[in-house]
Design a protein around this ligand. Structure first.
Ligand SMILES: C[S@@+](CC[C@H](N)C(=O)[O-])C[C@H]1O[C@@H](n2cnc3c(N)ncnc32)[C@H](O)[C@@H]1O
Length: 304
């Protein structure tokens, strides 16, 4: 676990912090604390009058983020901001924050390196572990339940929709035949045999199916929609919204939501094109290759 923290590199860190335009004394929300990489950067700029509010629905991530932020605040001493940590899904943000109370909101969607690196969490097809894939390990069905209990049709549909996998029917059929499926390794092998890698594929054949099950299980796209719908109510005039997406399904929601908000005069888009990682960052942190950052500034009359 320590390994993940040590190796953890927040994606598009400088760009995110700059676009958030963190000012001392403000209230900033990190909706996806993870290992608190971005949150640490924000905390250091806030000063004693500032307030950092962090969400993560993964209890393991939350514990590590707390540990890290406690340490940062200790180092900052009298300049440490107030920190409030909320171990819930960010779709509950309206319940916790007052309307028009936030100066900046950051969301770095998807899974953390901690979740991917720990075989026991069952997110990765690279390591063999139990088929879990829940971000919130306190509740909800596991990936094993979905994979073993959904109908072939349901599996095919979700792999197609959330994995954008054209060979979804073939994969679903193989999964149903291979039941019971209990480990990530077993699932990866079933997918690879049903839909082997093609000549020019840059990714493993299991990538899309794993992504699909994870998105479905954690209602990831509904969570993003709920957050982007709540954001206009929470942001003060001139407040900033910064979102980092890792695949086209997330990015499409962010792009459409920002564009619709801009049309309605809710915010001004600050990133005509999404910001992406440079060669040096991709070299250092391959996960940043697919990251797309979009930002907006709250304008217009604020209705609560
Ligand atoms: C990519 S990581 C964030 C990394 C973080 N920015 C950092 O610098 O360490 C995404 C985190 O968001 C959390 N997460 C994803 N969806 C969430 C949701 N709907 N509500 C709360 N937390 C969520 C995950 O559990 C994970 O820890």
């Amino acid at each position: 676990m320590t390994n993940s923290i040590e190796r953890h590199a927040p994606v598009l860190f400088q760009e995110a912090i700059e676009l958030l335009k963190v000012r001392a004394g403000g209230t900033y929300v990190d909706c996806t604390l993870g290992l608190a990489g971005h949150a640490t950067g924000i905390a250091k700029l806030l000063g004693a009058k500032g307030h950092l509010i962090g969400f993560d629905r993964d209890p393991q991530a939350m514990a590590l983020a707390k540990e890290k932020l406690d340490k940062v605040c200790e180092e900052l001493g009298s300049q440490a901001p107030q920190v409030t940590l909320i171990g819930e899904a960010f779709s509950s943000i309206d319940k916790h924050l007052q309307p028009v109370s936030v100066d900046g909101l950051l969301a770095d969607f998807g899974v953390s390196s901690l979740q991917l690196d720990e075989a026991d969490r069952g997110f990765s097809f690279r390591t063999d572990g139990p088929l879990d894939m829940r971000m919130d390990t306190r509740s909800g069905p596991t990936a094993a339940q979905v994979v073993n209990e959904a109908s072939e049709r349901e599996l095919a549909d979700l792999i197609y929709e959330y994995g954008e996998e054209r060979r979804s029917r073939r994969i679903a059929r193989a999964i149903v035949r291979g039941r019971p499926v209990t480990t990530t390794g077993q699932l990866a092998r079933i997918v690879a045999s049903a839909a082997p890698a093609m000549k020019n594929d840059h990714i493993s054949p299991a990538t899309k199916t794993f992504q699909a099950i994870r998105i479905h299980l954690n209602s990831e796209l509904d969570e993003i929609r709920a957050l982007l719908e709540a954001a206009p109510r929470l942001l003060k005039p001139s407040a900033r919204l910064v979102v980092i997406c890792f695949h086209s399904l997330e990015d499409r929601i962010a792009k459409d939501s920002l564009r619709d908000g801009a049309r309605q005069g809710i915010w001004e888009i600050l990133t005509k094109k999404p910001v992406t990682a440079g060669e040096e960052e991709i070299e250092r942190n391959p996960r940043s290759r697919s990251a797309k950052l979009r930002a907006a500034e709250r304008t217009g009359p604020v209705k609560s």
